[in-house]
Write a protein that binds this ligand. Structure first.
Ligand SMILES: Cc1cc2nc3c(=O)[nH]c(=O)nc-3n(C[C@H](O)[C@H](O)[C@H](O)COP(=O)(O)O)c2cc1C
Length: 204
C-alpha cells in the first residue's frame, strides 16, 4: 500500500545567506506531513557549510536521506533533484507541484528567474511555476538592494510571484535566532496555506 502524504511542495535553497530558513522550512513541511521536493544549488551547499552544522551530501539520493533523517521524515517524503536533472517532474508543467518556494533566494537566482534563464533545474522549475501560473514564493536576502534587484523583484511580483524578503520582525520579542528563523518560516507557511504553530498570528 502506498504512503499518502499531503500535496508536494518544491523547496529550493540557493546561495544567499540564511540557509537556516530553508532547512527549517523543510522540517516544518515534513512535520505538516507534506511531501517535500528539494533542490540545493552548489553555492547553497557552501552557505550551509558556512552557516550551519548540517552535513549535507551533494548527490541527490544521499541528500534526500540526510534531509529525511534530520527532519524525521517518513520513507519517500523527501525527494531531491540534481542541478541538471531535466527529467525530474519539477521541470515540466505536467509534473510540477502547485507551489514552489526559493528560500533563501540569491540575487543571482532572482535575476535568472526574472529573465527566464532556466540554466539549471531550480531556475527551470521556477520558470515552469510562472508559465503555469502556479504559486511561486521567493525569499531574497541581500542588503542594500540595487535597482537591478528591485526591478527583478517588481517584474516577478507583477507576474504573480510572492516576494517575501528574509526580514524578520521583532514585535514578538524574539529570544533566539530560532525565533527569528521561525518568524520567516511561519510567513511562508501562511502563504502556502499550511497550518502551523511556529508563532501566533497577529491578534491571537
Ligand atoms: C557565505 C556566502 C554568503 C552569501 N550571501 C549572499 C546573500 O546574502 N545574498 C546573495 O544574493 N548572494 C549571496 N552570496 C553569493 C551567491 O552565493 C552567489 O552569487 C552564487 O552565484 C549564487 O548562486 P545560486 O543562485 O545558483 O545559488 C553568498 C555566498 C556565500 C559563499
Amino acid at each position: 500500500m502506498g504512503v499518502d502524504f499531503q500535496r508536494p511542495v518544491t523547496v529550493a535553497l540557493t546561495g544567499a545567506s540564511g540557509a537556516q530558513y530553508g532547512l527549517r522550512l523543510i522540517d516544518a513541511l515534513v512535520a505538516a506531513d507534506h511531501e517535500v521536493w528539494v533542490m540545493i544549488s552548489k553555492a547553497a551547499h557552501l552557505v550551509i557549510e558556512t552557516e550551519t552544522t548540517a552535513e549535507l551530501p551533494a548527490r541527490p539520493a544521499r541528500l534526500a536521506e540526510a534531509l529525511a533523517q534530520r527532519s524525521g521524515a517518513r520513507h519517500g517524503q523527501v525527494r531531491c533533484f540534481g542541478r541538471e536533472e531535466w527529467m525530474a517532474p519539477v521541470a515540466s508543467g505536467s509534473g510540477a507541484p502547485s507551489s514552489m518556494v526559493i528560500c533563501p533566494c540569491s540575487t543571482g537566482t532572482l535575476s535568472a528567474v526574472a529573465t527566464g534563464a532556466s540554466n539549471n533545474l531550480i531556475e527551470r522549475a521556477a520558470d515552469v511555476a510562472l508559465k503555469e501560473r502556479r504559486q511561486l514564493i521567493l525569499v531574497p536576502r541581500e542588503t542594500p538592494l540595487s535597482a537591478i534587484h528591485l526591478e527583478h523583484m517588481l517584474s516577478l511580483s507583477r507576474l504573480g510571484a510572492v516576494i517575501l524578503p528574509a526580514a524578520p520582525g521583532f514585535y514578538h520579542q524574539p529570544r533566539s535566532v530560532d525565533d527569528l528563523v521561525d518568524f520567516i518560516v511561519a510567513r511562508i507557511l501562511n502563504q502556502l496555506g499550511i497550518h502551523h504553530r511556529l508563532m501566533p498570528r497577529w491578534g491571537e
